[in-house]
Design a binder for this molecule. Structure first.
Ligand code: ATP
Ligand code: MG
Length: 331
């Protein structure tokens, strides 16, 4: 089977709608066809300087949400990044073939560092995409399902793999992205031109899987729209309505055109009510199951340990070859 790798940061106590649509829903479907690695990338989460106890809780909670959404830990390798030391080790090697300017062109770095300010922007945030390249390349990954926001990081991964191979000899498989076009990007409900993000400044536009359904209902009913009072998909002129239509479609499985036909001539309030119901139908079973799993942290930790063994075995092989190729002395 071809290999698939993907991961999410435990950077919030709950995943959000963008994570579910852009990642989890695809992951569940893809685990049948691929030898899939689904990682909770806790090392990446350090880039936003989390509180230590919170990070630990969020790492467990993220893993539980993967399982609750349908990732089968007996089928897919579901593990925690820091349990596999090769990630950090390979990223150091890759740091040394990455250009400073090249890393500086990453738009997520530019966005996040602008938000954090120069004094709170760390070197960790800067080299984040290099660690991501290591994550992917360690497993001879063929495909990486990601949201549109990660396309540039995946390009960098491909560049680094190609560069390493031509400089040191064929070592890494060059991975391909899988990006679903229509639902590739979910936007913030309060700011529908910015992507929905776990680390958003304000949570008013963030629909979280583990939030009380009433909270999500309120947020959706208050979503920013426009005063043109017509329901149609137009990303530029009507970003708010287009985002609601995308969400509705992703949660219900209906085509956007069918939703537009159904709601023609009706008010935005009606459309929002439809979105509330569609989101609830998908989120509620995930929320309930996650809470059950978190009730038994010992069992969850056991699952993660078993899977970390599997991941370590694969990652150590690739790391050993890469170390050898660049001239590190074998122990
Ligand atoms: P952070 O703000 O901490 O970076 P995030 O919300 O961007 O968090 P990540 O953990 O970086 O989430 O990404 C996890 C996965 O979710 C990735 O595959 C990413 O492409 C996808 N994803 C994140 N945000 C969105 C979004 N708004 N729409 C679609 N997919 C998304
Ligand atoms: Mg992100």
């Amino acid at each position: 089977k071809p290999v698939l790798f993907s991961g999410m940061q435990p950077s919030n106590d709950s995943l959000h709608l963008g994570n579910v649509v852009g990642a989890l829903q695809q992951w569940v479907a893809l685990q049948e066809e691929y030898d899939a690695y689904y990682c909770v990338v806790d090392l990446h989460a350090l880039t936003s300087s989390p509180n230590p106890d919170e990070l630990r809780a969020r790492t467990r909670s993220t893993a539980a949400q993967y399982i609750a959404a349908g990732i089968d830990p007996a089928k897919s390798t579901l593990y925690v990044q820091s349990h596999v030391p090769a990630h950090a080790q390979l990223s150091w090697v890759l740091n040394n073939i990455t250009g400073f300017g090249e890393a500086g062109r990453m738009t997520q770095f530019k966005d996040k560092s602008a938000r954090f300010g120069a004094d709170s922007t760390t070197v960790g945030l800067f080299t984040y995409p290099v660690l991501m390249a290591a994550d992917i390349l360690l497993y001879d990954t063929n495909v990486v399902p990601v949201g549109e926001d990660q396309r540039q990081h995946l390009e960098l991964t491909r560049d680094l793999a190609g560069r390493f191979n031509s400089r040191f000899g064929d070592t890494f498989v060059i991975p391909e992205p899988i990006i679903l076009k229509q639902t590739a990007k979910i936007y913030d409900l309060q700011n529908p031109t910015a992507k929905m993000s776990k680390s958003a400044e304000s949570e008013a536009g963030l629909i979280k899987v583990l939030d009380d359904p009433k909270v999500n209902q309120k947020k959706i009913m208050r979503a920013v729209t426009d005063d043109d009072a017509s329901i149609r998909f137009d990303r530029d002129a009507k970003p708010g309505i287009s985002n609601l239509l995308t969400i509705f479609s992703a949660m219900s499985g209906w085509a956007i055109d069918a939703i537009v036909d159904e709601y023609a001539g009706r008010g935005y309030g009606d459309l929002k009510k439809g979105v509330v119901e569609a989101v609830h139908a998908v989120f509620e079973p995930i929320r309930v199951r996650t809470l059950e799993l978190l009730d038994d942290p010992a069992e969850l930790d056991r699952l993660l340990a078993v899977n970390a063994e599997k991941a370590n075995a694969a990652a150590e092989k690739t790391l050993a070859i890469a170390y050898e190729r660049v001239g590190l002395l074998r122990r």
